[in-house]
Design a protein around this ligand. Structure first.
Ligand SMILES: Nc1nc2c(c(=O)[nH]1)N[C@H]1C(S)=C(S)[C@@H](COP(=O)(O)OP(=O)(O)OC[C@H]3O[C@@H](n4cnc5c(=O)[nH]c(N)nc54)[C@H](O)[C@@H]3O)O[C@H]1N2
Ligand SMILES: Nc1nc2c(c(=O)[nH]1)N[C@H]1C(S)=C(S)[C@@H](COP(=O)(O)OP(=O)(O)OC[C@H]3O[C@@H](n4cnc5c(=O)[nH]c(N)nc54)[C@H](O)[C@@H]3O)O[C@H]1N2
Ligand code: SF4
Ligand SMILES: [Mo]
Length: 708
């Protein structure tokens, strides 16, 4: 028999937000190589070490291909018919017996990287209809959405740093060299930062750790975790006091600047120094640099979202960009103009806030979702509306969410749990049924979410690399099937949605670059399919005013609930008790949240999960470097190895999230051999950004002692 031919495929990497273009060579069923696609219009051939692990995901013997049902501690393969029937029956029965909110949902991060989840996931939510929806959003970027909703009228109205044209980028709490950027799709962070510096620009990083990004920056300032809001407010105050405010063409369209000026007054650089550790002089200098550099932009990510004042931080960053004239300016922050799901006035899904609250703690909903920190108590607290059954989709909250031990207990207590996932991990081991979708390389791909957040406009459609294995289903097909059966059982009308590429094709043809609006480009799905590397749609463009989604067409710079929250910030200005350490997380380029630890090539080499602690803090406690230590917080404790490093500032310890797979019942051969512990055994479900309900996974008070 002749050898199968070698085929070259082009495809976006779906593992992180950088969505780099890949060139994948295959022969028959075998993956020969995965490299960067040099012709990709945005990534230009760049990839990170994770990309090659896509082959390992595809070939992983631990990856489920068929539905599985748990009987006691054992898993049995069952047919799709049985799995779908059982799932639909149990969910409907739970709602009949205990009310509509007795079913809860948790949607994890990879769902956003798999477009069939975005297009078809809502079908299932509609069929089930519960108020108990949770997702990784509230462990992550909820403050961004809430801010954009309040200021610009749409949760996805997210101005992106124009990194390729700016001359000053100030990053609060982001580490793009490790993360490859977030809410800023920017493949090849190292090259983009180098280019910024090569054109005489500056990179300034504010972070409690001297990160990989801080290492290459022109300036790095340590900041005490959770205290950035004082610094950002002091910058705003300084800009007003010094008369450095110049919102340029937006001036006539902004409401609330006087209110902000007034409320910023108590936030002096001296207060910020006392709280944050940044000197008053350097804060003033930062404000001056921002105001005097023509093309400057402030950007803030996980470190300033996922902390006690996450929403104030994200709002203050928008305000600073507005005040210095960076908003809607080339080299400042601009909206992406994607080919699909273009944000503009009149678009659905703008968002809503606090329309209802969680049952137990009264936390606010945002766009129909409740904060994930409320999930455990909603499962564990008896009473009407208690969650009795859970659905998880592409998530691993028992490793990813705050106070994870309690969540573990909660999932263990459920009457029924169905997981849309292809691994039996810390969370899904509790499932009664697992519905595994096809491998990433077996389905086609159009990146709905991240083409929308990119630093450069482009569009790219990729067909599947492999035919799906026989008898397997894509996520979107599973959503169609389960939603249909639930609707039948409930006597509701149901129409399945066509395949995701058809939905995207319709959108593309009728949106910004379609023939009607842009006869020159006249983009269609066929054109995209004929351009395997993707199509360059040019640099980001100003034009915010034509897209503003607020009712009155104005920018609401000072939303009431944000202004009111400033008093919480002022009241919290008390020093922390001595001897207390604050825990922060960290990311590494070879890891990705909780699910990249089952691939030998990503976990080999020296361990990367240790606790980082400053040598002075170790000495104070008479702890030798490389000892086993016990870290304890209000909610739990873990024991791990400590390393000494002045990368972290004194008073701060850092432990990455996503580890902790050594648990009974987890069926991930390589991951379960890894020694890292889960930092979310320490993070606290009661430590939150009170305004949004987002978890404060950074800045958790802990103690560290030699393990006994
Ligand atoms: N302490 C601390 N905790 C954190 C963070 C932190 O910085 N510090 N970061 C937070 C952030 S930003 C995030 S986004 C969350 C992530 O938290 P989660 O989204 O809950 O967790 P992941 O590790 O992304 O889980 C991914 C799951 O999706 C499955 N999966 C992968 N691809 C697919 C697919 O195509 N279809 C389906 N159905 N399943 C799939 C994987 O098998 C895995 O089980 O973690 C949060 N937790
Ligand atoms: N390699 C890799 N890439 C990833 C991921 C991954 O797990 N691994 N996850 C992806 C996901 S889901 C996301 S959301 C993005 C996140 O992307 P980033 O936000 O860029 O990633 P982090 O490493 O979490 O960066 C947060 C930074 O904030 C700092 N920090 C902690 N607390 C504070 C604080 O109080 N103030 C300030 N100023 N800084 C603080 C931390 O030290 C850290 O350097 O990364 C994505 N890309
Ligand atoms: S940076 Fe790495 S993981 Fe992220 S998209 Fe690019 S290749 Fe994939
Ligand atoms: Mo995330």
């Amino acid at each position: 028999m002749s050898e199968p031919v070698i085929t070259t495929h082009y495809r976006a990497c779906h593992l992180c937000e950088a969505i780099c273009g890949l060139e994948i060579r295959t022969q028959g069923e075998e993956i020969l190589s995965i490299k960067g696609d040099k012709k990709d219009p945005v990534s230009h051939g760049y990839i990170c070490p994770k990309a090659t692990a896509i082959a390992d995901i595809h070939n992983d013997p631990d990856r489920l291909r068929q539905p599985a049902k748990r009987v006691g501690d054992e898993w049995h393969t069952i047919s799709w018919e049985e799995a779908i029937e059982l799932t639909a029956q149990k969910l409907v029965e739970t709602q009949e017996n205990h009310g509509p909110n007795a079913v809860g949902f948790y949607a994890g991060n990879p769902g956003v990287h798999n477009y069939g989840n975005i297009t078809h996931g809502p079908l299932l939510r509609r069929a089930v209809k519960t108020k108990n929806n949770f997702s990784a959003t509230s462990l992550d970027q909820l403050p961004h959405h809430l801010t954009s909703y309040a200021m610009y009228g749409h949760q996805y109205f997210l101005p992106i740093p124009d990194i390729d044209r700016t001359d000053l980028m100030v990053i609060f709490g982001g580490n793009p060299i490790a993360s490859n950027g977030s809410i800023m799709t920017m493949p090849n962070a190292p090259k983009r930062f180098k280019a910024l510096q090569a054109r005489g620009g500056q990179l300034i990083v504010i972070d409690p750790r001297r990160t990989e990004t801080a290492e290459i920056a022109d300036q790095h300032h340590f900041v005490k975790p959770g205290k950035d809001a004082y610094v950002l407010m002091a910058i705003i105050n300084t800009l007003f006091e010094e008369g450095w405010v110049k919102p340029n063409h937006l001036s006539e369209h902004i409401d609330g600047l006087a209110l902000i000026q007034d409320h910023a007054k108590p936030f002096t650089t001296e207060l910020a120094q006392a709280q944050s550790g940044l000197s008053a002089a350097s804060i003033k200098e930062l404000a001056e640099q921002l105001a005097s550099t023509d093309k400057a932009v402030v950007y803030g990510r996980m470190g300033v979202s996922v902390q006690e004042f996450g929403t104030i931080c994200q709002w203050a960053i928008q305000v600073i960009n507005m005040l210095i004239g960076a908003l809607d300016a080339v080299g400042g922050s601009l909206l992406t103009s994607p080919a699909f799901a273009y944000v503009r006035k009149g678009l659905n899904g703008a968002g809503h806030f606090n329309a209802f609250q969680s049952r137990v703690s009264g936390l606010p909903e945002f766009s129909g979702e409740l904060p994930s920190v409320a999930m455990a108590e909603e499962i564990l607290t008896p009473g009407e509306g208690q969650i009795k059954a859970m659905v998880t989709v592409a998530g691993n909250p028992i490793i990813s969410s705050a106070n994870a031990s309690e969540l573990d207990r909660a999932f263990d207590s459920l009457d029924f749990f169905v997981a849309f996932d292809f691994y039996i991990n810390a969370t899904t081991r509790h499932a009664d049924v697992i519905l595994p979708p096809t491998s990433p390389l077996e389905h086609d791909h159009y990146d709905i979410a991240f083409l929308r957040l990119a630093v450069h406009n482009s569009a790219r459609y990729n067909p599947a690399v492999f035919e799906p294995e026989e008898g397997t289903l894509h996520d979107w097909e599973i959503f169609n099937a389960v939603s249909k059966r639930i609707s039948e059982l409930k006597g509701l009308d149901f129409r399945p949605l066509p395949a995701p590429d058809q939905l995207v094709a319709y959108g593309i043809e009728n949106e910004l670059y379609g023939a009607k609006q842009n006869p020159e480009v006249a983009l269609t799905m066929d054109k995209l399919k004929a351009a395997p590397h993707g199509i360059d749609l040019g640099p980001l463009q100003p034009g915010l005013l034509t897209r503003l989604c607020t009712q009155d067409g104005r920018i609401n710079a000072a939303p009431d609930f944000l202004i009111s929250d400033l008093s919480r910030l002022l009241e919290s200005a008390i020093s922390s008790p001595d001897n207390e350490l604050l825990l922060i997380g960290r990311r590494h380029v070879r890891s990705n949240n909780s699910w990249m630890h089952n691939y030998h090539r990503l976990v080999k080499g020296k361990p990367r999960w240790q606790l980082m602690m400053h040598p002075d803090d170790l000495a104070k406690r008479n702890i030798e470097p490389d000892s086993e230590v016990t870290i304890e917080s209000r909610v739990g404790h873990v024991t791990t190895t400590v390393i000494a490093t002045d990368e972290v500032m004194p008073g701060v310890v850092s432990l990455p999230h996503g580890w902790g797979h050594k648990r009974r019942g987890v069926k991930m051969e390589i991951a379960t051999q890894q020694d890292g512990v889960s930092c979310n055994e320490l993070t606290d479900d009661k430590l939150i950004d009170r305004l949004s309900g987002n978890a404060a996974l950074n800045g958790v008070p802990v103690t560290v002692r030699l393990a006994s």
